[in-house]
Design a protein around this ligand. Sequence first.
Ligand SMILES: *Cc1c(COP(=O)(O)O)cnc(C)c1O
Length: 399
Amino acid sequence: MNDETRCVISPPVETDGFDSLGVPIYRASTIPFPDAESYDTRHLRGDEGYSYGLSGTPTTRALERKITALEQGVRTFLVPSGQAAISIAILSFIAAGDRILIADTVYPPLRDFAVRDLAKFGVDVVFYDPTAPEEVERLITDRTRIVWAESPGSTTMEMQDIARISEIAHRHGALVGCDNTWATPLNFKPLAHGADIVVEALTKYFSGHSDVLMGSITLRDAGAARTVKDTLSRLGVGVSPDDCSLVLRGMETMAVRLRHAAQVARDLVDWIAGQPTVAEILYPPLPASPGHALWRRDFRGGSGVFSIVFKPEAVPHVHAALDTLKVFAIGASWGGTRSLVAPMRVRQFRTARPWTGDDLVLRISVGMEAASDLMEDLSRFFDCLNGRSAPGPEAQSGA
Ligand SMILES: *Cc1c(COP(=O)(O)O)cnc(C)c1O
């Protein structure tokens, strides 16, 4: 063998006696076959067989199966982001002339995808009030292929009755898809409550460290799984095994991270509720929350994400107060180790259930820091906000 060839072909090494607790990273585009016959009959390797890197390596399979087990589904597919999980799950099943019913409070980029792309391809896009299953009954037709849900809803946290919605959808031959990113399958399993498709933004709690993007699509039924698999290979969508390795590592601590975040969130929420500039806290685990009964009935726990609605006089000062924060970072996404705040504008994203609170809602994601440091940081925020929002001397003398 020449040196050039030695550089290319790696010698076999012993793996006897070696093992590791972490899942190894297997990278591949090409998957070599032992003989020509095996290559020729590679399509017989089955739905989870290996034939080309796009559809996964053993690293990918390990992550897929872990998620499938948690969701109590039959098969999971990994895609490059949570948004890709939503759009590809829908694209796999929808056709021109079909209707899709979408909860008004879904992740906003799904609204955009629906009204721009799905509508362009001849899909009838209809938004429904997430808190009113009777609205689904009124809007569903025999051409309705998908009813999309997200519980609790993005930013404003409306809870949905997935079992009731699924019963209505199935009676009309429609599939139910549910974005379960807030709860994770540790706290809610949509497939066990009737949904057919569940998606997770693995970017959030699963990976948990704000350094990777990924999404998962899990199906309840083998036929539906086949449909998604075929769509993915035609679209040419897959994920990197290196990224899967990051999600696999993050997932090992997800349960303790989620428990910590939920506990600290609960403590913060009780304290924030006493602030004079706060109108409402949106967080289903709060007994006063409108979705609390559903949350209690269906969910096993809370998470670290909640939102604050401010009194009108405080709203103009929220940005200035946010700039006093030192521990919380300002940014999109959530579910990482670092606590985040994001001032969200919600009114433009509500058409079926108009948002009557102030347009600006502050979303908070609690990370892994000590509760007392977060409390101290928020004290700075509220000192600034409460001070600026207090009535000036003129208002006082006029009162
Ligand atoms: C963040 C998020 C997504 C999108 O996930 P990306 O990986 O950022 O694309 C989808 N749904 C919900 C509820 C989310 O919070």
